[in-house]
Design a protein. Structure first.
Length: 298
């Protein structure tokens, strides 16, 4: 029947209910490994014919946990509707889509992806950096467009291989001024929003490149585009953007920019580790054991 609420499964009535507001990529892996474990009733809001508000009201007093990715925000208003929620499991390292203060006020624990994405995130950032410095994608386009035949050899790339040490900088402008490349991989918070602004980009300078695998809004994107267009910095490798999936059109036309669709950590290995962590957190929570990757443990 078209209008059936697939969440209504009498056999699972006694299982702890875990709300999913939107599909999260980890579900594909969870599906293979754990979804069929029959330990939880996963309520998929998008599969219900009910409007979201009615759906939430129907299960308001029984949903104990929320599993979410960045695609769906966990706001104070949402939590207000779900008084039985005691755990929010983020299927991401970033928690900027979760109102942490509201969770704290309501005594709700929060977990995230811990460090399961660290290796693949680092690989992707270095990949973007090499691509920008050695113009790999741009040279690929050059060959595909037949320009090698028509115009001859491609412009030189560069990659310094000097000894690297890691001094600490408390001032981001000084850090940028002393760096050839800035790799942004921190969380988006009130403190880091637009942390990379006009001053920082101009301190990075004409030879400098920037890679962002954190969150788009850590960089003032308008300024970044302006600096790239006007040659005030040398290039950018960007996995994240301020208004995903929309990206500024000018970026598409720039040869010194490498773009990827917020997929820096999308590997089978990361997702398998994430699915195990998500299930591990749910199991720990419902067995009253310490959470595996707490952001906030109430
Ligand atoms: O962007 C990915 C994450 O936060 O895990």
């Amino acid at each position: 029947m078209e209008n059936k609420d697939h969440n209504q499964n009498h056999q699972s009535e006694d299982l702890p209910q875990v709300l999913l507001l939107k599909p999260t990529p980890v579900m594909a892996v969870l599906g293979e490994h754990q979804f069929s474990s029959n330990k939880y009733q996963f309520l998929k809001a998008w599969e219900s014919p009910l409007p979201l508000c009615q759906f939430l009201t129907k299960y308001a007093n029984s949903i104990q946990a929320i599993l979410c990715s960045g695609a769906a925000s966990v706001t104070d208003d949402l939590l207000q509707l779900l008084p039985s929620v005691r755990l929010v499991v983020a299927a991401s390292a970033g928690t900027n889509h979760i109102d942490l203060m509201a969770c704290c006020r309501r005594g709700i624990s929060v977990t995230n992806a811990g460090n399961v994405f660290s290796d693949d995130g680092a690989d992707a950032a270095v990949g973007l950096l090499f691509d920008i410095l050695r113009k790999i994608s741009a040279a690929d386009r050059y060959v595909r467009q037949g320009l090698w035949v028509k115009k001859g050899d491609y412009a030189l790339g560069s990659k310094k291989k000097t000894f690297v040490s890691y001094p600490f900088y408390s001032n981001i402008c000084e850090l940028a001024a002393d760096s050839d490349a800035l790799i942004i991989c921190c969380a988006l918070t009130d403190q880091t929003r637009h942390m990379i602004n006009k001053e920082v980009l101009s301190a990075l300078g004409k030879e400098g490149v920037i890679v962002n695998i954190g969150r788009g809004a850590i960089i003032d994107e308008k300024e970044l585009v302006r600096c790239l267009v006007e040659g005030e910095i040398a290039g950018a490798g960007l996995d994240v953007f301020e208004k995903e999936p929309d990206i500024p059109k000018q970026l598409l036309e720039l040869e010194n920019v490498v773009l990827s669709p917020h997929n820096a950590v999308f590997t089978p290995e990361s997702f398998l580790a994430l699915s195990e962590l998500v299930v591990g957190n749910l199991e720990a929570f419902f067995s009253n054991l310490p959470l595996l990757s707490p952001v906030m443990d109430e």
